[in-house]
Design a binder for this molecule. Structure first.
Ligand SMILES: [Mg+2]
Length: 309
């Protein structure tokens, strides 16, 4: 099968949005409205670096799109379309079938259209460039936290980090940990609902401390967080109790939850949208005038967050 047949068979599905000209021309054409800003982000996943060698095609596809959608969620943007650059070691019909149907399922769930891409032969890697729209001037930024804001995180942290640690130790993680690690759920609805509510927002991809640190640095502020308030699953709670290794939660990464800051007069709105969206939103600390990130809870070790270089 040549490259063009491969694209036609596995990646040229019909898009709902007819204002898009997608796969099959030299470029995708997209109509935009001037009341919006385009939000765009690109991420690459490499076998052995971002996912273990035996990860299923279906999980790889989900994660590759999910981590990109998570960046849109962090800005409160609504996904519109994406392009895919796929490097494959060989042509494998079953692998491509699984990859393509999982990719399409997540794309359909978030109404995001595949509009183009590239395929090459080489070590397995997946690059996705996703684009969304957000009302002009409304996007959630890292730079606009205010002293006195309450810091919230969505759902629970540390599950993916614990799964990854167990995989490296040749322990098979529980289904629920594996699910967090392999098929993260990008918080698109939450990000959108936080427009006009949160002052600053980021998605937690490299670990809470490093990512919250980006908000602090860009807002020129500090924070105090209380470890006892960080939401944890039972499994991560048990792990912490036994090992006291808070770094797993603070620097484990791969959570793809949102960390955001909210002024005191909008806390009630956060509680309301937590109920409306049925997503757990937990206050874990406060933005402070004093620079630096202070932890309460008696764990003082410096954690090493994930860095690519
Ligand atoms: Mg991000």
């Amino acid at each position: 099968m040549n490259e063009f047949d491969l694209i036609e068979k596995y990646f040229n599905w019909k898009n709902e949005d007819l204002s898009l000209l997608g796969v099959g021309d030299d470029c995708a054409l997209i109509s935009i409205d001037s009341q919006y800003q385009i939000a765009t982000s690109v991420d690459t996943l490499i076998e052995g670096v971002h996912f273990p060698k035996n990860t299923s095609a279906s999980d790889i596809a989900h994660k590759a799109l999910a981590v990109n959608l998570s960046d849109l969620a962090a800005m409160g943007a609504t996904p519109q379309y994406f392009t895919l650059a796929l490097t494959l070691p060989e042509f494998d019909k079953n692998w491509l079938n699984d990859f393509s149907s999982s990719l399409k399922a997540l794309a359909d769930l978030h109404h995001v259209a595949l509009v183009g891409g590239d395929t090459t032969k080489g070590m397995l890697s997946i690059t996705i460039n996703v684009t969304g729209i957000v009302d002009k001037g409304e996007a959630l930024l890292r730079s606009s936290a205010q002293a006195g804001d309450t810091i919230f995180v969505s759902n629970a942290l540390g599950d993916a980090g614990l799964a990854w640690q167990q995989i490296q130790q040749n322990i098979r993680p529980s289904e629920s940990l594996l699910k967090s690690f392999n098929t993260p759920d990008p918080q698109i609805k939450l990000g959108h609902a936080l427009l006009g509510v949160a002052n600053a927002c980021i998605d937690i991809s490299d670990g809470l401390e490093q990512d919250l640190g980006h908000i602090l640095k860009q807002s020129n502020l500090g924070a105090r967080i209380n470890l006892a308030n960080i939401p944890l699953s039972d499994e991560v709670q048990a792990y912490i109790q036994e090992s006291q290794d808070w770094c797993l939660v603070l620097a484990g990464g791969d959570d793809y939850q949102l960390c955001f800051t909210v002024a005191q007069n909008k806390i009630k709105q956060v509680e309301q949208l937590s109920q409306d969206l049925n997503v757990k939103l937990t206050p874990i600390g406060t933005i402070t005038k004093e620079m630096g990130l202070e932890r309460l809870g008696g764990f003082e070790k410096k954690c090493m967050s994930y860095r690519h270089f």
